[in-house]
Design a protein around this ligand. Structure first.
Ligand SMILES: [Zn+2]
Length: 233
C-alpha cells in the first residue's frame, strides 16, 4: 500500500511540484517549505554567542539592551531574503513559524533565552496588519515560543503611528521620526520582566530602538533583541 501511496505522491508532485521558498528547487517528499540544502547552507551569524556583535553595537549609545542577535544576513539574492520575501509579500506565514522555530532551538540550546521571561513581536500598525493579513513578527515569535517554551505577549505593547519610509533619512531624522510610535498598554504585565523583542529584519536598528526606549519606561524591565536577518545599512 505504501508503495502505491508513494507512486501517487510522486505523480501529484509532477503535476503540482512543491518548491523550496528559499532556493526554488523541488522539495523532496520528507521536506516542507525549506529544503535540506537551504537549511544547511544558510549562513548563521552566531551573534548569540558573541556578546559584542555588530547587531549589539548598533544600539551602543542609543538604548540599553541586555543582548542582541540575528539568525542570518539579509543579502541581495540570498536564500534567507527569498524566505522573508515569501513570508511578507506572498503571505506564506508558515515560513515565519519555521524560521522562528529553527532559530529558537539554536538560542535555547546556547542558553541565550535562559533569563528571558516573555517574547514580544515588534507590533505593526493595526491598519498595516489588516492590509497584510498578519504580522510577520508575530508568526516568527510563535515559532520561537514553540522551540523555547516561552510565552508570547501580543497585547501589552502596540504601534500607535504608522511611520513613513526610513531608508533615505539621516540618523537624527530617523530618531525623531520613530519617537512616540509605540506604546505600552498594560505595564503591569511587563513590569520586572526580561523581554525578548522580535523583528524580521534589522537594518539601522531605529525601529527596535524606539521599541526598547518605550518598553524601558516600564519599571524594572530588561530587553534583549533578536531578528531573523541582519542587513547592515
Ligand atoms: Zn532550498
Amino acid at each position: 500500500m505504501n508503495y502505491l501511496y508513494d507512486l501517487w505522491d510522486d505523480f501529484l508532485s509532477l503535476l503540482f511540484p512543491r518548491i523550496c521558498y528559499g532556493c526554488g528547487n523541488h522539495l523532496l517528499r520528507n521536506e516542507n517549505l525549506i529544503c535540506t540544502e537551504c537549511y544547511v547552507v544558510i549562513p548563521r551569524t552566531n551573534y548569540h554567542i558573541q556578546k559584542e556583535n555588530p547587531v549589539a553595537q548598533l544600539f551602543w549609545g542609543r538604548c540599553l539592551i541586555e543582548s542582541a542577535a540575528a539568525f542570518s544576513y539579509y543579502n541581495k539574492g540570498s536564500r534567507i531574503r527569498n524566505l522573508i520575501h515569501n513570508l511578507k509579500y506572498k503571505g506564506i506565514r508558515e515560513i515565519g513559524f519555521e524560521l522562528g522555530k529553527i532559530y529558537g532551538l539554536t538560542l535555547k540550546s546556547s542558553g541565550f533565552t535562559d533569563n528571558i521571561d516573555i517574547i514580544i513581536p515588534v507590533p505593526l500598525h493595526p491598519a498595516k496588519e489588516r492590509a497584510r493579513g498578519f504580522n510577520q513578527c508575530k508568526v516568527i515569535s510563535s515559532g520561537l515560543a514553540d522551540a523555547t517554551g516561552l510565552p508570547v505577549n501580543t497585547t501589552s505593547f502596540e504601534r500607535v503611528q504608522a511611520s513613513s519610509t526610513q531608508t533615505k533619512r539621516s540618523r537624527y531624522d530617523r530618531w525623531v521620526n520613530v519617537e512616540g510610535i509605540f506604546r505600552v498598554t498594560d505595564p503591569d504585565s511587563l513590569g520586572g520582566r526580561h523581554i525578548l523583542l522580535v523583528d524580521d529584519v534589522i537594518t539601522t536598528g531605529s525601529t527596535m530602538e524606539s521599541c526598547v526606549n518605550e518598553l524601558l519606561k516600564t519599571e524594572e524591565v530588561k530587553v534583549s533583541v533578536v531578528a531573523i536577518a541582519f542587513a547592515p545599512a
